[in-house]
Design a protein around this ligand. Structure first.
Ligand code: BEZ
Ligand code: FE
Length: 316
């Protein structure tokens, strides 16, 4: 950490309402000449996509700097902020992705790269809590492990966009416990609230999980400080993650959300899509379970997510 890191946004960014500035003709010419020079510096880039990316970045970055009439003090704060984002990032924590998530950049990239195709299920943010090598379960088994929460029966089908069932699709599922923590956020190496299973011969799947509960994204770092300084909540709407793959189909990374959750409108990473909101039906204690499991005096919920995969070669 360098000496600037304890400088807070509140100390550095003026809280005076911004006064509109109209640069003089001469000043405008200075600013525009610089942009022309920077753009030209990329003219000889041999990779046309890289050239396009860099020149567009320069155009938009300079438009932003000029739009807000950025001060040197504010730019130094921004550099300090990005430095802190880098310092807290390691193998277990990716603060840059978190930043991209809370700015809606992850979601916008997903929107662009997974354009709606016929009736295919919609994609949403991946999040930082997926793990390779999750335990395999059979249809009807439980993903919870030692995770605590209200049991939830999840079932559905996997089909292609022509309505054909897809047997043997790999379905990865992961979720937080009722305290809002994923297994990887505990220090005891537990594996809970995650598993993978395969759709059966009819293309159906079913498993026990936990009724999702809302939880905050990790907010003890620079991104959390930014959310606090801007009066934003770190909370995510309650959800259950899915990643579904099958040969010849486009990989689907998504989650389902809980109908009626008050946070649906305020999800801090902008991941909610109407088609992904599902009813989680409350079942009073004693209601017979679909597989005859005895839950004693516990209440439980049930939900259905019928998954539709787009073909792999869907035009992008
Ligand atoms: C999550 O769903 O687990 C998540 C997504 C984006 C940022 C942080 C967490
Ligand atoms: Fe999540």
């Amino acid at each position: 950490m360098n000496q600037h890191h304890d400088r807070s946004v509140a100390d550095t960014v003026s809280d005076e309402p911004p006064t509109p500035v109209t640069p003089t003709e001469a000043q405008r010419e200075v600013e525009e000449k610089l942009i022309r020079n920077v753009l030209r510096s990329f003219d000889d880039c041999e990779n046309p996509r890289l050239r396009q990316v860099m020149q567009s970045l320069v155009t938009h970055l300079h438009a932003f700097i000029r739009d807000i009439r950025l001060t040197e003090k504010e730019w130094a704060l921004a550099i300090d902020f990005l430095t802190a984002v880098g310092h807290i990032t390691d193998d277990r924590r990716q603060e840059f992705i978190l930043l991209s998530d809370v700015l809606g950049a992850s979601m916008q990239t997903i929107n662009i790269d997974n354009e709606a195709y016929k009736n295919a299920s919609e994609a949403t943010v991946f999040g930082p809590f997926f793990l390779e090598d999750s335990p395999e379960i059979k249809n009807g088994e439980d993903i919870a492990g030692p995770a605590v929460g209200q049991p939830c029966w999840v079932e559905g089908s996997v089909k292609d966009t022509d309505g054909n069932s897809i047997p043997n699709a790999r379905i990865e599922v992961w979720e937080a416990d009722e305290d809002g923590f994923y297994d990887v956020q505990y220090t005891d190496e537990r594996v809970s609230g995650r598993a993978h299973l395969y759709s059966d011969d009819e293309g159906n799947y079913r498993f026990w999980g936990l009724t999702p509960t809302p939880y905050p994204i990790p907010h003890d770092g620079p991104v959390g400080n930014m959310l606090e300084a801007t009066g934003r909540s770190p909370m995510r709407a309650a959800h259950l993650h899915f990643m579904v793959t099958a040969p010849g189909q486009r990989r689907l990374v998504t989650h389902i959300f809980v109908e009626g959750d008050e946070l649906l409108k305020y999800d801090t990473v902008f991941g909610v899509k109407q088609s992904l909101i599902k009813r989680f039906e409350e079942q009073p204690a004693g209601t017979p379970t679909p597989d005859g499991r005895d839950l004693g005096d516990q209440t439980w919920t049930r939900t259905r997510f019928d998954i539709v995969l787009a073909p792999e070669d869907t035009p992008r």
